[in-house]
Design a binder for this molecule. Structure first.
Ligand code: SF4
Length: 350
C-alpha cells in the first residue's frame, strides 16, 4: 500500500518589519516603533537571507510582517527615510519590490502582512505563488482589544477579495486565545463558505497558541489566553475534517506540537519549515529537522513530501501569480509537488 503524503514547503521567513498597528495580547513579535529592537529590514539584509535560502534549496520566501505600521507616526519618524531612500512610501510597496528580488533569487514569494486592501492585493497577486492571512477566530476576544486589524469582518473580506483575484490562499485558526469550541465551528464554516464560492483556500492552519517570553500579555496582564491541550487540538482537527472539504489541506506547525499524533487525526500538511531562518512568531520553538520528520513519518506509514508554497492542486490548475508561473513550472513535477531533481541549490538569475 502506498504511504499517505504529508506535505511541507522549504522556506525562508523574512519578517520585513516588527512594527504593527495591532496589539494582540499573545504577540511576542510586535514592537512599538520607539522600542530599541523595532526594525525595518534593509534590502541588503533581505538579499543575504534570500541567497542563503537559495543555497539551502528552499523554494519559498515568506514575507510576514506587522500590519499597516505607517499608521504609527513614530514609525514614519524612525523608518520613513529608510523607506523613502529606496523609493517607497509604504511597507506594502517595499514588499512588492522584495517579491521581485525573491523571484530573481529563485524563490517564490508568499506574503502575509495582515489585512490588505483590494488594491494592495491586486498589486501583490502577480508576484506571489500564494498569499495568506490567518482568520484566527470569528469571535470578539479580549486578546484582540486595541487591534483594528483583528476585526473578523475585515479579515473575511480580505479572504473573499483574495478569492475574487484567484489567489491560492492560506488561512487558519489560532487556538487558545479566549474563543470557544463553537467559535472554532463558526470560523471553519466561514472559511468553507468562502471556499465554496471562490475555490481558493489551499490550506487551513490550526495553530495552538504557545506562550513565549516576549509576549505583551505578560506585560499588560490582559487577554483570556489558554494554551490548548493535545486533546483540544485533536478535537479541532476532527471538526475541521468534518467541516472543510477534502480539497483543503489541514496544517499544523510541527515546531508547536509533535506532528505524528495530529497526522493520525487528519493533519495533512506541516507548512513552511526553514533550514535557514527561525520562526520569528514563536522564536523559542525551533523547527524540527526535515530529515528527522521524514524518518519519523516514513516509519509510521506516511510519505513526507515537499511541495511549493502553492499547493499541488493549484499548480495543476495553473493558479499562481503570473510572474511566478515560470519558476513554478521549473520547480514542480507533473503532480504539482516539488520536482525531486531540483532539490539542490537553485540557480538564481542574479
Ligand atoms: S500577532 Fe500579528 S497582528 Fe497581532 S500584534 Fe503581533 S504582528 Fe501585529
Amino acid at each position: 500500500m502506498k504511504n499517505r503524503p504529508i506535505t511541507y514547503s522549504k522556506n525562508v521567513f523574512i519578517p520585513v518589519t516588527n512594527v504593527c498597528r495591532n496589539k494582540c495580547a499573545y504577540c511576542g513579535f510586535r514592537r512599538m516603533a520607539e522600542h530599541k529592537d523595532a526594525f525595518l529590514l534593509t534590502e541588503d539584509a533581505i538579499i543575504f537571507v534570500l541567497k542563503r535560502g537559495a543555497e539551502a534549496g528552499c523554494t519559498e520566501a515568506m514575507f510576514a510582517f506587522g500590519e499597516s505600521p505607517e499608521q504609527d507616526p513614530e514609525f514614519i519618524k524612525r523608518f520613513g527615510k529608510q523607506l523613502n531612500d529606496v523609493g517607497f512610501k509604504t511597507v506594502v510597496e517595499y514588499t512588492e519590490h522584495l517579491c521581485h528580488l525573491a523571484l530573481d533569487y529563485g524563490l517564490l514569494p508568499h506574503v502575509n502582512g495582515g489585512v490588505l486592501s483590494f488594491g494592495e492585493l491586486e498589486k501583490l497577486a502577480p508576484l506571489n505563488a500564494s498569499m495568506g492571512l490567518m482568520l484566527e477566530t470569528t469571535a470578539a476576544v479580549s486578546a484582540h482589544r486595541d487591534c483594528p486589524g483583528k476585526n473578523p469582518t475585515a479579515r473575511l473580506e480580505m479572504i473573499e477579495n483574495a478569492g475574487k483575484l484567484k489567489i491560492p490562499f492560506t488561512t487558519g485558526l489560532l487556538i487558545g486565545i479566549g474563543e470557544t469550541r463553537s467559535d472554532w465551528m463558526e470560523s471553519l464554516q466561514a472559511i468553507q463558505r468562502l471556499h465554496d464560492q471562490y475555490g481558493h483556500i489551499q490550506e487551513v492552519i490550526l495553530q495552538n497558541y504557545t506562550p513565549n517570553s516576549g509576549q505583551e500579555n505578560r506585560i499588560r496582564g490582559i487577554g483570556d489566553l489558554n494554551p490548548p491541550t493535545k486533546a483540544d487540538m485533536i478535537d479541532v482537527i476532527l471538526l475541521a475534517k468534518n467541516i472543510l472539504t477534502p480539497d483543503i489541506s489541514i496544517q499544523a506547525p510541527p515546531n508547536l506540537m509533535p506532528p505524528l499524533e495530529l497526522t493520525r487525526y487528519g493533519v495533512t500538511d506541516l507548512g513552511g519549515i526553514s533550514p535557514v531562518t527561525i520562526d520569528y512568531i514563536n522564536p523559542e520553538s525551533a523547527w524540527p529537522k526535515i530529515e528527522e520528520l521524514k524518518n519519523l513519518l516514513g516509519s509510521n506509514g506516511y510519505e513526507f513530501k515537499e511541495r511549493l508554497p502553492v499547493h499541488p492542486r493549484y499548480v495543476k490548475k495553473g493558479w499562481c501569480g503570473a510572474e511566478t508561473r515560470e519558476l513554478v513550472e521549473k520547480l514542480a513535477d507533473a503532480d504539482g509537488y516539488r520536482k525531486t531533481e531540483s532539490c539542490g541549490p537553485l540557480s538564481p538569475k542574479k
